[in-house]
Write a protein that binds this ligand. Structure first.
Ligand SMILES: [Zn+2]
Length: 497
């Protein structure tokens, strides 16, 4: 087995990679797919089990209605057709963590088919990646190969995960680069999170991905022999594994050899894939319809009812927010990073004096500080309420932008929200009418043109004077008093007005 040597760009450029992804997501139900056991990660091994998920003789499965609803939501969100009558099948294989000796899955009549997801394409365009199918199935248990005193000689089995409802989402082989695969997974995860169908926690295994990858000469219509890279636990590693695997296959072909159809495991420490097994391609799962479950019927009425819970999806939401708040794509990505944040942002923006200013505070002041402090949005010491308060103070002229920046710096340095820092540091208000009048006189003297406009009837010019005096006072003039005094002063200049 050779490790990948540096292939020249000319050689790499001769080949076209072809990638398809299979994603398994655990559905966020209270109970398992076919029994009443709790569907929860962890717990004492073999405590979330019952005769049904242990596969004891005579125990019968009953389909979890909520699992169907979540699968339908996910399927619709990725533009799939929902099949009215789908069939559960038994996928037969022997593995120690699967006590029944088969997995209940769906085979030729899955619950949903023929969807798509858009990913960013070349030059600002988008590219549509086809989804072959989404089907429902159950998860297996876990084999524990280490962590025990006698792990060298024994493997332990934990069946808590057995029977957890899964949606398997299979893409068409439409992906052409590891970057596209990364984007597809990022979009898919975002959509699933927005719909609330899964927590997509890769560390806990609630989102798992296998990648099929092959290479062919550019211009060829015949796909090359594919290898399957299994169970990589982060999107970045999947991208790295695909990059490695593409070069490995090109090297094999350039050496005059043939790519073997096989499953390969990614070793992150070494940055390479290893052959896992090559004979298992001749899988014979002997699929047949599950005799213990009737056909699953999702009629029009039920489907409509389920889909009322479909939220505005991330892509549509970004498009709307770009128009509504006059922001760019990058800002929209920041604001819609999670549905919870986008929801609270929009609620906050609507409550603020100027939604635009809230957006610009987040995108220009907050995100830069978060990045510098290496924090995620949800870890920000300054809450959205704090941002709204700051934006309103800036909007009314009570805080200069310089002072605002200083206050935000203090928030991050001390890990405190804006309200607390502002309360402590807020500028002393000038409520002395004489002092404010002196500043008004100064601004009036410096701007005869605006004075003339005001006297000529353009009353809105008053705001210009209020703003200038506020700046002159370094944001410390009492705003209500300032407003009153400016109007009185200007009116006195106008005589009869
Ligand atoms: Zn059970």
């Amino acid at each position: 087995m050779s490790t990948t040597t540096a292939l020249s760009p000319e050689v790499l450029a001769k080949y076209q990679p072809v990638i398809g992804l299979e994603v398994h997501v655990q559905l966020l139900t209270e109970t398992k797919a076919f029994c009443g056991c709790v569907n929860r990660y962890g717990g004492e091994p073999n405590t979330h089990v019952c005769p049904t998920c242990l596969g004891l003789p005579g125990a019968l499965p009953v389909l979890n209605r909520r699992a169907v609803e979540l699968a339908v939501l996910a399927a619709k969100a990725i533009h799939c057709e929902i099949r009215e009558t789908s069939i559960f099948s038994r996928k037969n294989y022997f593995y120690p963590d699967s006590p029944k000796g088969y997995q209940i899955s769906q085979f030729d009549k899955p619950i949903a088919e023929e969807g798509w997801i858009e990913v960013p394409g070349a030059a600002g365009a988008t590219k549509r990646i086809g989804i072959t199918r989404l089907h429902l199935e159950e998860d297996a248990g876990k084999s524990l190969h280490d962590g025990f005193a006698d792990s060298v000689s024994r493997t332990y089995i934990d069946l808590n995960r057995c029977g957890t409802p899964l949606a398997e989402i299979v893409s068409e082989p439409d992906l052409r680069t590891p970057d596209e695969a990364f984007e597809y997974l990022t979009r898919l995860k975002e959509i699933l999170l927005y719909c609330g169908v899964s927590d997509c926690n890769m560390e806990e295994g609630s989102l798992r991905c296998d990648a099929n990858v092959s290479v062919m000469l550019k211009g060829s219509k015949q796909f090359g022999t594919k290898a399957e890279v299994k169970n990589v636990n982060s999107f970045r590693y999947i991208r790295a594994a695909l990059e490695y695997e593409i070069e490995r296959q090109i090297e094999v072909l350039e050496g005059g050899n043939r790519v073997v159809q096989e499953s390969r495991l990614w070793n992150n420490a070494e940055g390479r894939t290893y052959s896992m097994r090559s004979k298992e391609q001749a899988h014979d799962y002997r699929y047949f319809p599950e005799p213990d479950l009737p056909p699953l019927v999702v009629g029009e009425a039920w489907k409509r009812e389920i889909l009322t819970a479909l939220p505005e999806l991330p892509e549509a939401r970004r498009a709307r927010m770009i128009a509504e708040y006059e922001i760019n794509q990058q800002d929209a990505m920041t604001l819609t990073a999670t549905r919870a944040f986008a929801d609270s942002f929009e609620a906050a923006a609507k409550a603020a004096k100027s939604p635009r200013r809230v957006v610009s505070l987040i995108t220009s002041e907050l995100t830069g500080r978060l990045k510098a402090a290496n924090l995620e949005l949800e870890q920000s010491p300054v809450t959205l309420a704090g941002i709204v308060q700051a934006a309103d103070l800036a909007e009314s002229g009570e805080l200069s932008s310089k002072m605002l920046k200083q206050l935000l710096d203090s928030c991050f340095a001390e890990g405190k929200d804006f309200a607390e820092i502002y309360e402590r540091e807020k500028p002393q208000q000038i409520s002395d009418a004489g002092a404010i009048e002196a500043m008004i006189d100064e601004v009036i003297a410096a701007n005869p043109k605006q004075v003339a406009q005001y006297v000529g009837g353009k009353k809105t010019v008053a705001a210009f004077f209020v703003g200038n005096v506020m700046r002159l006072s370094k944001g410390q003039a009492n705003p209500a008093l300032l407003n009153e005094l400016v109007t009185r002063k200007l009116d006195s200049l106008g005589g009869s007005h």
